[in-house]
Design a protein around this ligand. Structure first.
Ligand code: ADP
Ligand code: ASP
Ligand code: MG
Length: 439
């Protein structure tokens, strides 16, 4: 039988009522055999995710403060779920053991992983499914990315297509056998690994929105959902801030050609967004762009030097300075006599003076401009390559909204145009672009 992997995000498992919705979804299609849960997330806007409470407890234990506040909340939430679903009481005892472990001292990764672990334990019991321990079959490399050995290991563990399995998201082990998590939001990656390992026909990612929206719903009111996007487009959008999927979640399924669907646990009849290798001709014809995403946490250094174009290896030496300070850069747009480098502000933060000084010394520029905060906005779409006038539309929309553009970069894949604006202009700019391209 062909199987579907279903990953449920934190809000989809935030309380017992959400668990009930999850069971109804799983039971509605016999192919939904492999379930990958996150840890219980926020029940409402003011709530705290279990994962964040666990990090808090680990940190608290390491500085020997009293854990009873955050730990009490964790216990309360898991016990409520267990009790309301009528499951056999055992979670309180397991959490007591965790409390002792925390007090003795555990790594942040281990502490955080317990959210997914216990959530999966409860869900496996509730769905009458088999619990699969990811620390036995998902290997995470030193770079934080999945080790391809995982596909065989997990594939063997999920071999029986008549059974139903629950595999907690977010964690595995490293090459030395130590428990390790992916970066935040990493259950999306675990789901993709499970889909690839099981040779699934589809990877469903169940969340709290009815698919990928053309812009961040926290900025644009009721943005339009996309029926279909490509792996490349969603990778670009998620990397640039469309937080609905982890930006590394596409690699395992893309390589195996497994389609992905983003769907809403609270609106299960909505078809959501389908992620495919190539858009269908109707969708391709109807859309100019896939979406708009952005982030406000970048810094930029711009260097000006007369006749820079004649100095062989200039950019190479500039990037060498960054390498020397262990900084990875995001973009490096250039013109004849200027070049800018954009990086995450956090990477540069404490080192900015040292870096600028070293650039001054090694490159002897005429001028250096340092912008501590800049927002980047990506306008993404495969259709851009064969549509005239996209850039013009971007700039006239921003000009009409009185937004000053500080940087422009078009990827050579012609999949995106990136503009840099002041962080305070960010929401205005996103709304103006959305209006120009979508409304
Ligand atoms: P989960 O807990 O299910 O993994 P996340 O909170 O990680 O869910 O991701 C879903 C959230 O992503 C949505 O609630 C929404 O606020 C946010 N989001 C940001 N940009 C977009 C976008 N372009 N389309 C859809 N959701 C987006
Ligand atoms: N629970 C983890 C987090 O909050 C992983 C996830 O939700 O995907 O980051
Ligand atoms: Mg998520």
């Amino acid at each position: 039988m062909n199987r579907i992997v279903c990953k449920f995000g934190g809000s989809s498992l935030a309380d017992a009522a959400q668990f009930r919705k999850v069971r109804a979804i799983v039971e509605a299609d016999a192919r939904r055999r492999i379930i990958v849960p996150s840890a219980p997330g926020k029940r409402n806007a003011g709530d705290t995710k279990i994962t964040d409470l666990l990090y808090l407890c680990q940190h608290g234990a390491s500085v020997r403060t009293d854990l009873s506040g955050p730990f009490g909340q964790i216990v309360e939430r898991f016990v409520e779920i267990e009790k309301s679903l009528g499951l056999k009481p055992s979670i309180a005892e397991q959490l007591e053991a965790l409390h002792a472990e925390l007090a003795r001292g555990v790594t942040p990764d281990y502490a955080a992983s317990r959210g997914e672990h216990f959530c999966a334990r409860l869900l496996a019991q509730y769905l009458d499914a088999e619990f699969v321990e990811p620390a036995d079959c998902i290997v995470i490399g030193a770079n934080g990315i999945v080790d391809p050995r995982s596909y065989r290991l997990l594939g063997e563990r999920l071999a029986d297509s008549r059974r139903r399995y629950v595999v907690p998201g977010f964690y595995g082990r490293d090459g030395e056998g130590q428990l390790r998590t992916f970066s935040r939001g990493g259950s999306d990656v675990s789901g993709a690994i499970a889909a690839r390992a099981a040779g699934a026909e589809l990877y469903e990612n169940w969340t709290d929105v009815s698919g990928l929206l053309m812009a961040d719903p926290r900025i644009v009111e009721h943005p339009r959902p996309m029926a279909e996007v490509t792996y490349a487009e969603i990778r670009e959008l998620s990397y640039m801030g469309a937080s609905v999927l982890h930006d590394e979640a596409m690699a395992p399924v893309r390589e195996a050609g497994i389609p992905v669907c983003i769907r809403n646990t609270n609106e299960p009849d909505h078809p959501g967004t389908r992620i495919v290798a190539k858009l269908s001709p109707e969708v391709e014809k109807a859309t100019q762009i896939a979406g708009i995403a952005g982030k406000t946490n970048f810094s930029m250094i711009t260097i000006e030097k007369n006749l820079m174009n004649r100095e062989i290896g200039f950019v190479f030496r500039l990037l060498g300075v960054l390498e020397h300070h262990g900084i990875s850069f995001e973009h490096c747009p250039s013109s004849i006599d200027t070049v800018s480098v954009v990086m995450e502000a956090e990477e540069l933060e404490s080192k900015s003076e040292l870096v600028i000084e070293e650039i001054r010394r090694t490159l002897e520029p005429d001028d250096i401009d340092f912008v501590p905060r800049i927002a980047l906005i990506a306008i993404v779409g495969e259709g851009m390559a064969h549509t005239v006038g996209i850039a013009a539309k971007v700039f006239s929309a921003l000009a009409a909204a009185s937004v000053n553009v500080r940087l422009i970069n078009q990827g050579s894949s012609e999949l995106n145009i990136i503009v840099g604006v002041a962080p305070e202009d960010y929401p205005t700019a996103v709304r103006a672009l959305y209006k120009a391209f979508v409304e």
